[in-house]
Write a protein that binds this ligand. Structure first.
Ligand SMILES: [Zn+2]
Ligand SMILES: [Zn+2]
Length: 176
């Protein structure tokens, strides 16, 4: 998804329409590679404005992530809009772009996958769960409690710590 900005920069064209549906294996976010299980769809345009090149696009795709509780795979659909200026590294200064998002490019081309990797973080669901009522994993034996019941909690109840002074009492009642 590398787009040449040459014609825009030479003002041969005012805008460039972007309409992609591309198969991409993984997307990197927070040093982790997420597998894409749908094509990456991107629709929008890059326009020549008096402040520079401006990208306005909608993206959607589905990644594979893990349930925060039980660690099973979860398909996560992601859909959002990207807006921001495309700026050559040497032209970038924080002051003129402080009110806008800016994406840096070099060699007259912008890599839209990189732009998505820079913006995906703000658009990921805060907590990813396989289902709202996911029971998670047993903290003792690691069993997936959605699929099986382990006996850890029963054992824990049986071995409830009893103050030794009361243990004697308990024995007395037992013999009663
Ligand atoms: Zn789960
Ligand atoms: Zn358990």
């Amino acid at each position: 998804m590398k787009i040449s900005l040459d014609k825009l920069n030479r003002r041969e064209i005012d805008k460039l329409d972007l309409n992609f549906s591309q198969k991409i294996d993984t997307i990197n976010y927070c040093e982790e590679n997420y597998k894409l299980i749908s094509p990456l769809n991107l629709n929008g345009k890059i326009s020549n404005t008096n402040k520079g090149l401006y990208l306005n696009a909608d993206v959607d795709f589905t990644i594979l992530d893990h349930c925060a509780r039980c660690l099973e795979n979860v398909e996560v659909s992601i859909e959002y809009s990207i807006q921001g200026f495309l700026v050559k590294e040497e032209d970038f200064d924080e002051d003129s772009f402080e009110d806008y998002d800016a994406f840096i490019y070099d060699n007259q081309e912008i890599n839209l996958v990189k732009v998505i990797e820079q913006t995906i973080g703000f658009n990921m669901p805060l907590s990813i769960l396989c289902k709202e009522e996911c029971k998670g994993l047993c903290q003792d034996c690691g069993a997936n409690l959605n699929k099986e019941e382990c006996s850890c909690s029963e054992i824990a109840n049986d071995e409830e710590i009893i103050d030794p002074r009361f243990a004697k009492l308990k024995d007395i009642f037992k013999n009663d």
